[in-house]
Write a protein that binds this ligand. Structure first.
Ligand code: AMP
Ligand code: GLY
Length: 436
């Protein structure tokens, strides 16, 4: 897609909001645009800071981010995480006449309230698990006794990926209900809960660029949410991804589009929400068909790290068109590369619980041409060294003509990264490799 093909000229000054691997990938995609824009980030991380200027404004400082955009003469803001979206960053930018990619607070509610989403799914007949909504402990416990175990207990609000308990026993489910409703474990995010039947199957992440009633489905991917090999241990933000997820056959993708994507986009518009951003639909591929686990209203992390590099398209032009309401014209220009992509997340030992920060990371000086190191929780110390500063530290991504070759390249680089506290899963992509 050339810059000449969009009706309004591409932006020249871009601000990326966020500090993770997703945002580092967005920075790289914008820098790769033929439009050659100036890119800045807030607050960024050590890897982003090596590529573009970063500004220490926190993602929840809405007035600070608007002021930064005005001061730096930003003409397009791409918002990475859910927190600023749900706090109304895009509403505030729009009021200041600054175009932005990402939904306003009304659209961000689709991620910020699981109950709001469940009601929308039910109202529009979109497949999803049976559930009950509770604010009091006693009725929730009574409902648990009527449902099959395992069962899922979810805090309604944003809980940094920790508000979902897939309870294997009734006692575990009862404890989760108590923790959330009586123990205030997730604060106001857990003052209402959803108790949901457990779904079985493989999960897939479907990322959709939405602009009101127009949409573009991005390449399929699969995340690995548990910390341990073989999908064991607690849930994390995501320990690795690959794309395409071939479990989603062309026929299944068509079914997902007809039964889930199109009805979702239409439902959101019918509710009066002018959604312009990424609708990330978490889907369980159950034996009786695909079923919605959740909506997120932003790019996935680490899904973005494998999805964007597979686009043979100017990502900036795509996101700009969505923000400007011009997606229908750009949609036919979106092309996907045949290559396979993988991202192996390197985390700090202890994650997703407490972990050390400040461990020095040494990255090989030269990397194979098809491998990239994406920074997430990294910082620079006084000596100028890169150190760990978060639970998920780096993503090692590779692109190759086969998933096996991509995995081989990524893992060879993971081994060469020197960091005392590094941990990573050894089986990213294994489910698909074993099927081949
Ligand atoms: P969510 O934030 O709703 O996607 O939940 C996080 C993770 O919990 C999902 O990616 C699934 O692995 C798991 N999960 C959520 N809901 C269910 C469900 N109804 N059945 C089985 N697993 C679930
Ligand atoms: N990788 C899952 C997420 O971004 O929520």
């Amino acid at each position: 897609m050339s810059s000449a093909s969009t009706s309004s000229p591409l932006p020249r000054n871009i601000l990326i909001v966020g500090s993770g691997g997703r945002e580092h990938t967005l920075v790289k995609s914008c820098l790769a645009s033929p439009a050659k824009p100036r890119v800045i980030a807030a607050p960024g991380n050590a890897g982003i800071a090596r590529e573009v200027p970063v500004f220490p404004v926190a993602v929840d400082n809405i007035p600070g981010l608007v002021a930064l955009a005005q001061r730096e003469q930003i003409d397009f803001v791409i918002v990475g995480p859910e927190v600023p979206l749900s706090l109304g960053l895009v509403d505030a930018l729009t009021a200041a006449n600054i175009p932005a990619y990402g939904p306003k607070a009304d659209g961000a509610r689709l991620e910020a309230s699981k109950i709001f989403t469940k009601q929308l799914l039910l109202k529009y007949g979109i497949p999803t698990a049976a559930s009950g909504v509770f604010t009091e402990v006693a009725p929730a416990l009574a409902y648990l006794k009527t449902r099959p175990i395992p069962i899922v207990v979810k805090a309604d609000g944003l809980a940094a990926g920790k508000g979902v308990i897939v309870a294997q026993t009734l006692a575990e489910a009862e404890a989760a209900v108590h923790d959330m409703l009586a123990g205030n474990k997730f604060g106001s995010a857990g003052s209402q809960i959803l108790v949901e039947d457990c779904l079985y199957g493989e999960e897939t992440s479907i990322l959709v660029v939405v602009s009101s009633r127009d949409y573009v489905i991005l390449p399929t991917s699969q995340d690995h949410k548990r910390i341990g090999d073989g999908d064991t241990g607690p849930n994390t933000g995501g320990m690795g991804t690959y794309s395409p997820a071939e479990v989603v056959t062309p026929a299944l993708l068509a079914q997902i589009e007809n039964e889930i994507v199109l009805p979702s986009v239409n439902a959101i518009a019918a509710e009066g929400i002018d959604f312009r951003g990424t609708l990330f639909i978490g889907i369980m591929l159950t034996p009786s068909g695909p079923s919605v686990l959740e909506y997120n209203t932003r790019f996935g992390d680490p899904e973005t790290q494998v999805v964007l590099p597979r686009l043979d398209t100017d990502v900036l032009a795509l996101l700009w068109a969505a923000a400007r309401g011009d997606l229908a014209r750009v949609k036919p220009l979106v092309k996907i590369k045949p290559d396979y992509a993988i991202c192996v997340v390197i985390a700090a030992k202890g994650y997703p619980d407490a972990y050390a920060k400040g461990d020095v990371i040494r990255i090989p000086a030269t990397l194979p041409a098809n491998v990239q190191i994406i920074h997430a929780g990294t910082a620079q110390n006084a000596a100028g060294e890169i150190v760990t500063a978060g639970g998920r530290v780096l993503g090692v991504t590779a692109l190759a003509p086969s998933l096996r070759a991509a995995a081989y390249a990524a893992y060879a680089t993971c081994e060469k990264i020197d960091c005392a506290s590094k941990i990573y899963r050894r089986d990213i992509g294994a489910k698909q490799l074993h099927r081949q």
